[in-house]
Design a protein around this ligand. Sequence first.
Ligand SMILES: *[C@@H]1O[C@H](CO)[C@@H](O)[C@H](O)[C@H]1NC(C)=O
Ligand SMILES: *[C@@H]1O[C@H](CO)[C@@H](O)[C@H](O)[C@H]1NC(C)=O
Length: 554
Amino acid sequence: MCFSMLCIIHNLFPPPPLQGCDPCSQTQRSKLQHRRARINQQINKEMRMRAGAENLFRATTNTKVKETVALELSFVNSNLQLLKEELEELNSNMEAMRTPSRNEAGLELLMEYYNQLYYLDQRFFPPHRTLGVHFHWYDSLTGVPSCQRALAFEKGSVLFNVGALYTQIGARQDRSATAGIDRAIDAFQRAAGAFNYLKENFSNAPSLDMSGPSLCMLVRLMIAQVQECVFERVTLTTQDTHFITQLQVAKEAARVSDVYSLVLQTMSQTLVKDYVPFSWASMVQVKAEHFRALSHYNAAVALCDHTPKALFQFHVSTPAGPPLSQVLRDPEDRRKLGKAHLRCAVIRHEEAMRVHGLCKILRKMDILQEVLSFVYKRSLDKYSEMDREDDFEETAEAPEIHSQTQHKPDITAPNFSTVPVTDIFQRLGPLSVFCARARWGPVRVVSLQRGDGGLGLTLRGDSPVLVAGVVPGGCAQEAGLREGDYIVAVDGEDFKWAKHGEVVHILKSCSDRGVQLSIITLHTHDTQVGVVVSLCLDACVCVLHLICVCVTSH
Ligand SMILES: *[C@@H]1O[C@H](CO)[C@@H](O)[C@H](O)[C@H]1NC(C)=O
Ligand SMILES: *[C@@H]1O[C@H](CO)[C@@H](O)[C@H](O)[C@H]1NC(C)=O
């Protein structure tokens, strides 16, 4: 019996070319995106109207006005509900159009692109200056477009997709066997890790889904799903029916309920509250109630069907009536306490079904409906089994079950080195030198002819080799070489990656007609170099664009 929610993905969109036009303006995807954004605008308008009406409602003392405003408020609220449902339905249509394949291969593709972005960032994006490159993305839940000039936004969005893809992989595992459950746990932990990494390291994203509170909510949601899988694992592997193992199941269920309650709390915070889809909040609430009910049910089964061999405290507070040590020894007392737990279970099941019934989208999930009805009926049956005709006193209120888990979820941080990539701009030379921090003069070509005193220069270092000094009046100086020049090519052949020894060797063996050296000089403040950088940048944007097209056409 598994039901797991959450299939979110930040939509992958290729960044438009520099002119700022949307290359996908004619596609089905972008039409959907625009509809999503439009509905979201309407939602915002309704919310402003609601805020105004609420203020008026509070401020006025006139009963007639109050009534009119109340009516208006109910209209606005039902409009809001409808708009949000429409948005969610559109979101589920987007689902079918998602791009990278939703499996390990899709993940690898995203990671590869992320790693490639690292190189692009180092090579072309100077630390203290923004370039005219815009990165366009759409919010995963509202479809609101956002745009930022920082490459970090692109990286963050890709990482968001990595997290979202992990949630999908997690949700798709077959959890009827432990192997599948373990894979799901692993995927949800990695999703939590990706969102957590975003929360800590990309805090300035312009879209709501990557705001701190949203990410915090997502991390907790992932943890809750891990905890739910752990519960499933425990129920699957504890076949022996002892009092203590049955209680462990009850404690695990209480734990799952606790973490879902925490998610619900996070979802009700400002900024997140009006943003999270109604069905998500409903689902989380259903789960909190459902697992609370299961904890009571399992405690009841432990008390009624098994004989404890020792005293166990498993409540958060002491139950009313005789001391627990006595209850556990006496079958009739145990039956009564068990019945009290079943009563709590039934109440919680009913609450879960009530919340479920309020949400149109959840009502469409047949499996969820089945699970809720099944466990409800099971608790009712057990209750009637425990009920005696001579039970005259009112069934007491049972305390909550102490929450405890055998597996504390981990937040698995993304490991970027699992997908090695080759820098696509490798031919520009080593990254440590040919990067955006360094400003280079244009390439100069000098002809060097060996004189009586040799070449008249000393070399140092590798990749690229540095001219460490020139002999005054020597050949090198005559030819125009200066201390601090870097040798990037010899006789037209690329030498940017060359080792010291290779350059020395080729210079020693050069024939009488001499060699041609291509050299560059490092200028930290040379404005002319800007041209070189922006020329490279054009290429970079094209490649960026190409990568994205690859990603989206997969
Ligand atoms: C944030 O980034 C740093 C290094 O870039 C990393 O060590 C750290 O683990 C990241 N934070 C999280 C929560 O993953
Ligand atoms: C990350 O992945 C690399 C390559 O698979 C591996 O060698 C390394 O141990 C991993 N690091 C962590 C922290 O798991």
